[in-house]
Design a protein around this ligand. Structure first.
Ligand SMILES: Nc1ncnc2c1ncn2[C@@H]1O[C@H](COP(=O)(O)OP(=O)(O)OP(=O)(O)O)[C@@H](O)[C@H]1O
Length: 608
């Protein structure tokens, strides 16, 4: 089981904000991995563009001083027009590099989004099944998904920050050179709005955190009310108003919280802005005062006032960018936490390869199992063997633990107590991938991939090459070939109605397609968990006659509620209350007169 995410109370703004900055190194790592060359180019370009403003300001001041001198009767310096040309040139370069930065940012954004999305998908597939049953995990996954693509702004902000810091430093050094008071006045003006911004950034995060469950519910309602699956019941039960009312209640609650935050941000942010303006004009008045006192000439005056304006606006931007990054870094907490989640059903490093062929088979030895997060023991001291060449049917009433046995044998979960052995070795000592490669399972709730018929079958064997005739052969064995024959696009027909040109199949038709996957896999152990529930009687009989034929000499585990199917098994195992209560072949169990014969008679009677 994975580490279960817990709902975190967001109480300590500053501590949370600072600790969120810990998210930055892993994100920078991801950013770098997604495109090292693009990142390097972006940095070089930003470094160049960052020092251009002070160079432009300096040249402009020199030009102005020359003009002032000319107006006072001095001759035009010989390099005057060179200075003008330089200013024009620097501005042109500035414009060009800014465009080049936009271009590299968009390239990086693209790569980053793709890279993170793939990482999220990969991580999601590594995690335990239990994790998927935890609603808190879903909230986190949901936020991680959004964060994967929504944090693009932060990447640009990080680049911009580097640029702003260099520009600010260059102007600050120039101001400090003239008078350290200027720097102090500016810093005092900007600091309060920085604190204000980060504070609101935190509140925004806390709000989003609180709202995630409600937003997830809204998404669900939107989906149910607008889905093809839901349409029939929504119409017939008149559920439209019921869903929209629920949706509107949640939306209103979110709206109220959003407005509240925006309002206080407006008031406090406005007041802090006034302090910033006062700091700026304090420095400005100081320069005027010194100039009037004869300390600076007009060129220096222009250069200093430009520097004050630039340093002030850049410093302001630095603070707001840092605060923006800290804000976004808070949002990344879930993404990073999601990447750090570890599954507990893991493959042992250097795990054993699966034996080919399996010699003594599988053995459940005193296995007990409780689903993580619950306290009901589903399997109690369960002992059971499955030998090579054996076809076993697992039967029992609903909820007795049959599917759970399949989940344990395939290591989707590990036993809470006891052990499962394969050829005498604990299943946990085998390489997980290899174990899965040798087992073909079709679950009751098998996946209906809204892709082509060919892909729906081919997913049964993606890690090994297979030919077209392997695929057709598998389709023939599962009767899927008859389904495909009726499709206008044949094997290339898209199934399901999600995508244009897709065709919906009936439940039984989908099942035949899914069964073909198991046959294509050519596994040593074939498991079918109620694979024929949606098949009509004739198809079921046909599928099972084939199954019996095809699995002759192989290991097969079959779960079914239909006794006509169960009869063909070499051994029937009856589960009740998570224990094995009877086993034997059909005749033996009928003769024993236990639960099996009782259930068999009941079903037979209903057909009579
Ligand atoms: N993921 C889960 N988390 C918690 N409990 C579960 C989970 N899956 C199954 N259970 C519980 O474990 C018990 C056994 O379930 P299982 O699916 O193995 O039964 P089954 O015999 O295959 O039933 P059915 O014939 O209805 O398919 C049930 O009571 C079920 O509620």
């Amino acid at each position: 089981m994975s580490e279960a995410p817990t709902t975190k109370k967001v109480e300590s703004p500053w501590r949370d904000r600072l600790s969120a900055l810990r998210n930055l190194p892993p994100v920078l790592r991801i950013l770098w991995d997604s495109g090292p060359a693009v990142v390097t180019w972006g940095l070089i370009l930003r470094g160049i563009v960052a020092v251009l403003p002070i160079a432009i300001a300096k040249v402009a001041a020199l030009i102005l001083q020359d003009i002032a001198d000319v107006l006072r009767g001095r001759p035009l310096p010989h390099n005057f027009w060179i200075l003008v040309g330089t200013e024009v040139g620097l501005n042109v370069v500035f414009g060009l590099i800014t465009h080049a930065i936009d271009y590299s940012d968009s390239l990086l954004a693209n790569r980053y989004t793709q890279y993170v999305s793939v990482k999220v998908m990969e991580q999601a597939s590594r995690l335990d099944l239990t994790t998927y049953e935890n609603p808190v995990f879903y909230d986190r996954l949901e936020r991680a998904r959004v964060q994967a693509t929504d944090r693009l702004g932060m990447i640009q902000q990080m680049g911009r920050l580097i640029q702003q810091v260099i520009t600010t430093l260059s102007f600050t050094v120039a101001l400090a050179w003239a008078s350290p008071w200027l720097v102090l006045l500016l810093a005092l003006g900007v600091l309060p709005s920085f604190l204000g911004e980060t504070h609101f950034a935190f509140l925004g995060y806390a709000k989003n955190f609180r709202q995630t469950p409600a937003k997830r519910q809204m998404d669900y309602l939107r989906q149910v009310a607008g889905s093809r699956e839901g349409a029939k019941e929504v119409k017939l039960f008149g559920l439209h108003r019921f869903f929209t009312d629920k949706f509107e209640r949640l939306a209103h609650q979110i709206y109220v919280e959003d407005v509240e935050l925006s309002r206080s941000k407006l008031i406090v942010g406005g007041m802090l802005g006034v302090i910033g303006t006062l700091g700026y004009y304090g420095a400005y008045i100081y320069v005027i005062w010194r100039t009037l006192g004869g300390a600076y000439n007009i060129g220096k005056f222009t250069f200093l006032t430009t520097s004050i304006q630039q340093a002030s606006s850049n410093l302001q931007q630095v603070f707001s960018t840092v605060s923006g990054i800290a804000d976004q870094a808070l949002f990344l907490t879930d993404l990073i936490a999601f990447f750090e989640m570890e599954p507990t059903v893991k493959s042992k490093p250097d795990g054993h390869k699966m034996p080919v062929p399996i010699r003594s088979g599988f053995e459940f030895r005193n296995v007990s199992f409780t689903y993580p997060g619950t306290n009901r023991t589903v399997l109690h001291n369960f002992n059971f063997t499955l030998s090579p060449g054996e076809r076993i049917a697992l039967i029992g009433e609903n909820g007795q633990g049959k599917t759970t046995v399949v989940k344990l044998i395939t290591r989707l979960y590990d036993p809470t107590e006891g052990e499962i052995l394969l050829d005498g070795i604990d299943l946990r000592d085998y390489a997980l991938d290899d174990l899965h490669r040798h087992i073909g399972v079709i679950f009751q709730d098998f996946m209906r991939f809204e892709m082509t018929a060919r892909e729906n079958i081919a997913v049964g064997r993606v890690d090994q090459p297979h030919s077209e005739s392997d695929l057709e052969d598998a389709a023939h064995k599962s009767l899927a070939d008859e389904v495909v024959k009726k499709l206008s696009g044949g094997y290339d027909q898209i199934l399901g109605r999600r995508f244009e040109g897709g065709v919906e199949l009936s439940g039984g038709e989908w099942q035949k397609i899914a069964l073909a996957r198991a046959y294509l896999r050519d596994a040593q152990l074939l498991i079918l968990d109620e694979p024929t529930a949606a098949l009509d009687a004739r198809s079921e009989l046909e599928v099972f006659e084939r199954f019996a034929e095809l699995t002759l000499g192989k290991m097969a585990l079959l779960i079914s509620h239909r006794f006509s199917t169960v009869r063909m098994a070499d051994r029937i195992v009856v589960l009740s209350g998570g224990r094995l209560i009877e086993e034997g072949n059909h005749e033996q169990l009928m003769h024993a007169g236990g639960l099996y014969s009782e259930m068999f008679e009941m079903q037979a009677a209903s057909y009579r």
